[in-house]
Structures are given as C-alpha cells and as structure tokens.
Design a protein around this ligand. Structure first.
Ligand SMILES: [Zn+2]
Ligand SMILES: [Zn+2]
Length: 133
C-alpha cells in the first residue's frame, strides 16, 4: 500500500499486513496531530519503506527513545517509532489505499480530550497494552 504527506513529497510503501489499527487519545498524539486522537496502523519495520522525500522527513523525539516523523515541508505526521523497536506506527490519514483492516481499539482513553465523546463499541484502554507498546 502507498501513502503520501499533504504536499506529496514524502512517499512511503507498506508490504504485508497491518498488525492492527488503534485510536490513540494520549496528549502527545493530540498535540502532534492537532486532532482529538491519532489513528495509527502498526506495521513491521521491514514492511515499511520511505521511497521518496527522505530529505523532507523530520523527526521530533516526543519522549526519550520515541520519535515522531513528519514532513518538514507541509507538516503531515507520517509515523512514529521507538528506538530499538521493530514496529512502525503509521499515521493512517496519510495512507492513499484502503488498509483492509479497521481500527480495533481506543488507547490512552484516560487522557482523551474532554470535548470528544467516543461513540463506537470498540474496547477502551486507559493506557497501552500488548501490541501497542
Ligand atoms: Zn509534505
Ligand atoms: Zn498517542
């Protein structure tokens, strides 16, 4: 599958299946995305590749060892990754194809925006569990 940033300079591809999709309501995701929550798809590191626009990719270390990568030209959040981790968390709004799988869980619900109400029946976790570490 393919994904691009808002200005189109950063292009990435994913191979293989997504390991899952979450809605993250943590404060950092809210601020990094400017939204009520971030929608992220987990993919194995070896199944993810930035194929164009490396020179535009910037990173912000939001917590020690965890970097959020974004397009330095248009500001699109692209993905996050923990140092030494083997999973990439793609910001799903940048995907240009249908991910096939659908979001399955809300995480960090304890810090969700007061003005946003979750109206689906997906599980709600106060923090992260299992796959979402
Ligand atoms: Zn861009
Ligand atoms: Zn988050």
């Amino acid at each position: 599958m393919k994904g691009t940033c808002l200005c189109g300079k950063v292009n990435y591809v994913t191979r293989g299946d997504f390991l899952g999709i979450n809605y993250c309501h943590c404060k950092q995701c809210r601020k990094a995305n400017g939204t009520a929550f971030a929608t992220s798809a987990a993919v194995r590191e070896e199944d993810f590749e930035v194929v164009q626009g490396h020179e535009h990719l910037a990173a912000y270390e939001s917590t020690p060892g965890k970097k959020r990568y974004f397009c330095g030209r248009c500001g699109s959040p692209i993905y996050s990754k923990r140092e030494g981790g083997s999973t990439i968390y793609i910001r799903l709004g940048t995907l240009d194809d249908d991910p096939i799988v659908r979001p399955e869980v809300h995480i960090h619900v304890a810090s969700k925006a007061s003005w946003y109400e979750i109206k689906d029946n997906l599980p709600q976790l106060d923090a992260e569990e299992g796959l979402w570490f």
